[in-house]
Design a protein around this ligand. Structure first.
Ligand code: 8YV
Length: 315
């Protein structure tokens, strides 16, 4: 990094591994815009980089407050919280962390799918609550050999499909366009896919283009034997429609790692026995979070060294 230490605004909590690397190379303002607006106003003209996470927001208003901003680096593959258009309009590049988290998110998707079908969390509660002493638990839903639909066939979607093959699942998908190199059945939209599968796994980027993509019509198509798994963004699913579908038995169950307004989870979902809930842990292993932190930092370092960025977001 340059001799002069750049000033950097970190907009959301980040792991100590990343914070330590940043502090070693830059003057770090940790959430100053939220914690101390007056101090932020004083520092803003000197801030040259923003460090964000997959969930955090970097709106046009914040970008406009930073006249010296040169780059935005996101600790996460999803960058739907960043107003990329506003950044681009000022020639400010945005980087993210693709690739390094594919395995973890795909592992969790399969884990959630199996948890929902085999009711593993419920079975755990059954044992702990002494219910087993009163009699056996009801039988669950078989996974091996069933039909999987993947909404979004990017890097993580493909990693999910590969894992599903080991369970002899019949894999189909929807995406903006068919991928000729993949052996899976393509459906033109989410409703057509949902009608053809037992498990619908959502792993498409968030943002305006996919907001509410999984709506009442898609859930209706998934049907009373179908399960929804969301490891993408809460915004991709119409959450009130999902709650209504679960309450009415329109679908059999759901496993959700992401929600519309994290960390808030609607009381209706908390109260339901046919849902499995996790707190946005798709990439949440030490190994993967360290790899993400390294890539986030390496992009920052490359920028200030005048080198090409490693992983800019796609144009
Ligand atoms: C978060 C994610 O970035 O990669 C993404 O898009 O949503 C996650 O990996 C992570 O939870 C850190 O905030």
């Amino acid at each position: 990094m340059s001799v002069e230490r750049p000033e950097v605004l970190v907009v959301a909590p980040v792991m100590p591994f990343l914070m330590d690397a940043l502090r070693g190379a830059a003057t770090v303002h940790d959430r100053l815009h939220l914690n101390d607006p007056a101090a932020f106003a004083a520092a803003a003209p000197r801030i040259r980089a923003v460090v964000a996470t997959g969930e955090s927001k970097v709106p046009a208003e914040l970008i406009a407050q930073l006249p010296a901003l040169e780059m935005i680096t996101v600790f996460g593959v999803g960058y739907d919280g960043v107003d990329v258009a506003a950044a681009r309009a000022r020639g400010i590049p945005v980087t993210h962390t693709p690739g390094v988290l594919n395995d973890d998110v795909a592992d969790l998707a399969l884990g959630l799918l199996i948890s929902a079908a085999r009711r593993i969390p419920q079975a755990d509660r059954f044992v702990r609550g002494g219910e087993w002493l009163k009699g056996p638990i009801p039988v669950a839903r078989k996974v091996a050999g069933s039909r999987l639909g993947v909404v979004g066939m990017g890097r993580i979607g493909q990693a999910i499909a590969q894992r599903a093959l080991a369970f002899r699942m019949d894999v189909a998908y929807t995406a903006r366009s068919p991928r000729a190199n993949l052996p899976y059945t393509y459906h033109p939209d989410a409703a057509a896919l949902a009608a053809a599968v037992d498990f619908l796994v959502v792993i498409t980027p968030g943002g305006a283009a996919t907001r509410g993509l999984i709506d009442a019509k898609v859930l209706q198509a998934l049907g009373p034997q179908g399960y929804l798994v969301n490891v993408a963004r809460g915004s991709v699913v119409d959450q009130p429609a999902l709650i209504a579908a679960l309450q009415a038995g329109t679908i059999a169950g759901a496993a959700l790692d992401v929600f519309a307004d994290e960390p808030h989870v609607p009381a209706e979902l908390l109260a339901m026995d046919n849902v499995v809930l996790t707190p946005h842990i798709g990439s949440g292993t030490r190994q993967t979070r360290e790899a993400m932190a390294q890539l986030t930092f390496d992009n920052l370092r490359a920028h200030f060294a005048g080198e090409p960025l490693l992983t800019p977001v796609p144009a």
